[in-house]
Design a protein around this ligand. Structure first.
Ligand code: F6P
Length: 328
């Protein structure tokens, strides 16, 4: 008979995302509920290598459900990519009698987790936490909904000044190589054009569309540009091009940057994080490993970590059409 898991550790890794604290809280409290000890690992895989551990009880996670960031801190550890780093990490887990690990993060976090499972056969379950929403096997990742609301609020404000000055604004949003934030915030904020890496609009079509908007009487325009889009080398080059070739546009650039990762999580993210936190503990206690817990059509699901990071999440074509139709 396999011995029951008595101690579960948890870490957050990669870019932080609003709702990570709600997920930590849910994991700690699910551990308490199922009489399992919970150990918090600080600074992601780096803290695992350095043995930066602290026992977490239900009371340690009081009053954090509404807080952005992660109380466990996060890091992108280069040492964990080395054999020596992972060997130290394994030694620390064994020394503390930790029986399983929950990792909250995105593709980098899951890639590290998979490698660790392959080498040490250590039980790991992943929880998707990234504002980018670029993970396969879940309808949404923790933090994405909050980031969308933050972006829309920021664009609404920029729209006020864009309209007062009859300006064309290029607004760069995060998402790494994925256009989910750009496409959905662009629709939500009523952008004229949305540039995403998954769908190359092309410079000529962009210019054509801007000229048509102008001819139709629009005096100001918002173009949302995903940071991964490659029409221009970057958003500044794109704006320079328009400035040089179409001097009658008064162009400005706004890069929203890391403010998109902060702030109190939305109710959606808090509920999602709470459900996934509980599901991750239950999955480990049921002896699952190498999987990510997610939500598909409202139901808790699991998918292999290898699939979560390797399979592409398709952009919804209907959304592209809605963006086009609603910007006429
Ligand atoms: O993955 C989350 C994310 O915010 C991406 O959208 C962005 O490209 C990246 O992290 C920025 O990373 P850093 O905080 O290391 O600059």
């Amino acid at each position: 008979m396999i011995a029951p898991i008595k101690k579960i550790a948890i870490l957050t890794s990669g870019g932080d995302a609003p709702g990570m604290n709600a997920a930590i809280r849910a994991v700690v409290r699910a551990c308490t509920y199922y009489s399992t000890e919970c150990i918090g690992i600080y600074r992601g895989y780096q803290g695992l290598i350095e043995g930066d551990f602290k026992q977490l009880t239900a009371r340690h996670v009081s009053n954090i459900i509404n807080k952005g960031g992660t109380i466990l801190k996060s890091a992108r550890s280069t040492e964990f990519r080395t054999d020596e780093g992972r060997a130290k990490a394994y030694k620390n887990l064994k020394k503390e009698n930790i029986g399983a690990l929950i990792v909250i993060g995105g593709d980098g976090t899951f890639t590290g987790g998979l490698k660790f499972i392959e080498e040490y056969n250590f039980p790991i379950v992943g929880i998707p936490g990234t504002i980018d929403n670029d993970i396969y096997g879940t309808d949404k990742t923790i933090g994405y909904d909050t980031a969308l609301n933050t972006v829309v609020e920021a664009i609404d404000k920029i729209r006020d000044t864009a309209s007062s000055h009859n300006r064309l604004f290029f607004i760069e949003v995060m998402g790494r190589d994925a256009g989910f934030i750009a496409l959905n915030s662009g629709i939500g904020a009523g952008a004229e054009e949305i540039l995403i890496p998954e769908h190359n609009l092309g410079l000529d079509r962009l210019v054509d569309s801007l000229n048509k908007s102008k001819a139709k009487g629009k005096t100001s325009s918002i173009v949302v540009v995903s940071e991964g889009d490659k029409i221009g080398k970057n958003v500044f080059e794109l704006a320079d091009y328009i400035n040089q070739h179409y001097p009658d546009y008064d162009v400005r650039v706004s890069v929203l940057g890391h403010m998109q990762r902060g702030g109190s999580p939305s109710c959606y993210d808090r509920v999602l994080a709470s459900r996934l936190g509980v599901a991750a503990v239950e999955a480990l206690l049921d002896r699952s490993t190498g999987v990510m817990v997610g939500i598909t059509n409202g139901q808790i699901t699991t998918v292999g970590l290898n699939k979560a990071i390797k399979m592409n999440r398709e952009i919804n074509k209907e959304l592209l059409k809605v963006a086009e139709i609603t910007s006429v």
